[in-house]
Design a protein around this ligand. Sequence first.
Ligand SMILES: Nc1ncnc2c1ncn2[C@@H]1O[C@H](COP(=O)(O)OP(=O)(O)OP(=O)(O)O)[C@@H](O)[C@H]1O
Length: 282
Amino acid sequence: MSLGDQKIAPSISVTGLSYKFPDGSTGLSDVSVQLPPGSRTVLIGANGAGKTTLLRLLSGKRMAPSGTVKIAGVDPFAEGLEGVTYLGMEWVLNPIVRTDIDVPTLLASVGGDYYTARRDELIDVLDIDTTWRMHAVSDGERRRVQLAMGLLRPWTILLLDEITVDLDLLSRHNFLSFLRKETETRPCTIVYATHIMDNLAEWPTHVAHMSLGRVKKSGSRDDFELDGRDGGPAHSALGGLVLKWLQEDLIERGPRKGTSGQGKTYQSYEGKGGYGNEKAKK
Ligand SMILES: Nc1ncnc2c1ncn2[C@@H]1O[C@H](COP(=O)(O)OP(=O)(O)OP(=O)(O)O)[C@@H](O)[C@H]1O
């Protein structure tokens, strides 16, 4: 049975996953994380923390050691990865979406004439003009068409690797709302690696924090008190938590090799006024 046939959403279970790149350097160290069926997880971590490496392993783009990854309780590499969609940078860079081609043709090429209701919904949600020609659209417009293409087939696991950077605030909000509705109305599970916290606070059911190739913490929004303490706003709870994690990670990592060793961490940004205020004073 393929993942697409499941009546309940798939869980994602990673246990003791270590990975070395072909050059022998460590990509992941003993990663364990459990994400329940139907969850929407935001994967947090500084640049280079290992988010893409983990998502590529989950998607089968890189081979995970046997027994370390289970999707819906089974080893996806043995049973097949049908239903797993990974949307990351290399997918974004596919040159076809920069050629002189029209939107209906592109959507038809990924099943748009079969999944007509989903196609029309995505055109609406992502505010796509079907008369666009792809060599003559803006970066954000192109990204919206790409997202419609990537989301069109009804996946059961969606692995999103920061591909919403070009979307304007409203488009991203609508896109996140669509994903939320998906997990609430059909059996599917999402992991989303992002650095953009705008409008995100209410969205995740779970959060996982990566640093230096490890998952340091993971849990539900309740575990991290994401709904704010004492009635405080969720957006400041998530934003504050992420900033704190990244500052701790930077201290743990220490100065980069090849620097003078006098690197500053700019922890006093608020107290000293930061770059913005320095500029404003001039
Ligand atoms: N093919 C590779 N060979 C060796 N090292 C690699 C390779 N790909 C990535 N790395 C290193 O692995 C680390 C993790 O990279 P990864 O792309 O997973 O980080 P990330 O958390 O997704 O970062 P970002 O937020 O910048 O996208 C980085 O230090 C990177 O330099």
